[in-house]
Design a protein around this ligand. Sequence first.
Ligand SMILES: Nc1ncnc2c1ncn2[C@@H]1O[C@H](COP(=O)(O)OP(=O)(O)O)[C@@H](O)[C@H]1O
Ligand SMILES: [Mg+2]
Length: 186
Amino acid sequence: MTDQHLVILVEEDSDKLIEIALENSGAIFFVLKLKYMINKIVSKSQKETEKIAKEFLEKILGSKVSKSACVVGLSGDLGTGKTTFTQAISKILKIKRKVNSPTFVIMKRYSLKHKIFKNMFHLDAYRLKNAQELLNLGWKEIISNPEHLVFIEWPENVKKAMPKKHHKISIKHTKEGHRSFKIKHI
Ligand SMILES: Nc1ncnc2c1ncn2[C@@H]1O[C@H](COP(=O)(O)OP(=O)(O)O)[C@@H](O)[C@H]1O
Ligand SMILES: [Mg+2]
């Protein structure tokens, strides 16, 4: 590589930015997309969401070395499929109890028969006003246990209480009525 070459590392959804950069420059660019940091996938049905959930879980288990809980923030408007994703995870983990939205109870715990995770927590911070309300539920203890797998909807409502390192899933409605998943692993 010579000094005429410039390497830009970009997130996977930065295509527009690259196009502009290429248009405005005579230099040669090597564009290395960080495909493995951010995954963008479209789900057309609950069945497809199950496939996404399966891959997500496999990836988490493949890299699980943390001394604290595995925390997953699920962002997206109402009805985008945050609960549906958690239900898909619960199916893979063979949770027999029905995993309903915890919007009104805020938090639910499901015990697991799993080699790494002993409990799955499903929280919905939609009705929480601040991080303190989450702390009052024993959040610190929950996220400090490495045997805990934690899914929390509306993490932006309790931003200050979210651990620095957590997986981020953002779901959006697409024009076609499908769901677009953006997954950022730790
Ligand atoms: N990938 C998908 N494709 C089509 N419909 C979906 C998909 N994921 C979820 N849904 C539907 O969207 C509705 C709302 O989903 P839900 O998981 O409750 O959303 P959220 O928890 O984000 O508010 C449900 O009726 C569900 O069947
Ligand atoms: Mg929900």
